[in-house]
Ligand binder design. Structure first.
Ligand code: 5GP
Length: 172
């Protein structure tokens, strides 16, 4: 395995996700929010987070892709799958794996905002603020991490490593 070191262990991830679930539960109780997972990287974060949201809610998914095959964003964001739910006047929470340059989530939030939700918030597991290029910040953040390319727990390198139960730094 080409993992240099583990950045976030499975237990650390689960502890923090439980906390985020509790915060969302307090903020959205009584509102029946729609949680929108961004494919594919957010899959594990999305499902684990939702198990800690005990109130009525709905799921949807959106697909966006900006990375080619490497570790640098191409800057060009493409919608690969749209949501299936009518978002008008609904409370929407976007659930994403990582906020890096912000170009992907800038595109996704602009796209979803055009569907006229009552509110739109952003929940990310990881935030890499050093590399931000778009004017965007998350409302809910699991961990702020340094500028290193990470894999695991949904995050890939050339479509591999998504199934690691931890988040690790790839060997250069
Ligand atoms: P952004 O548009 O904010 O630069 O990047 C967002 C997307 O780039 C994420 O959804 C993720 O797919 C990918 N990405 C950004 N940083 C990393 C990283 O450190 N590791 C991996 N595996 N993907 C990343």
């Amino acid at each position: 395995m080409e993992i240099e070191r583990i950045l976030l262990r499975q237990e650390q991830l689960q502890t923090r996700i439980r906390e985020l679930g509790a915060v969302l539960s307090a903020d959205y109780a009584g509102k029946t929010p729609i949680f929108i997972g961004v494919l594919k990287g957010a899959v594990h974060f999305f499902t684990d987070l939702m198990l800690h949201y005990p109130h009525p809610c709905q799921y949807d998914f959106i697909g966006a892709s900006s990375y080619g095959d490497g570790t640098q964003t191409s800057g060009q964001v493409r919608l690969t799958k749209d949501v299936m739910t009518d978002l008008r006047d609904r409370h929407v929470v976007i659930v994403e794996d990582i906020l890096d340059t912000g170009l992907t989530l800038r595109f996704v939030t602009d796209w979803l905002r055009s569907k006229h939700p009552a509110s739109l918030k952003l929940c990310v597991l990881l935030d890499k603020p050093e590399r931000r290029r778009a004017d965007i910040s998350a409302d809910y953040i699991g961990f702020t991490i340094p500028n290193e390319f990470v894999v695991g727990y949904g995050l890939d390198y050339q479509e591999l490593y998504r199934n690691l139960p931890y988040i690790g730094v790839l060997k250069p």
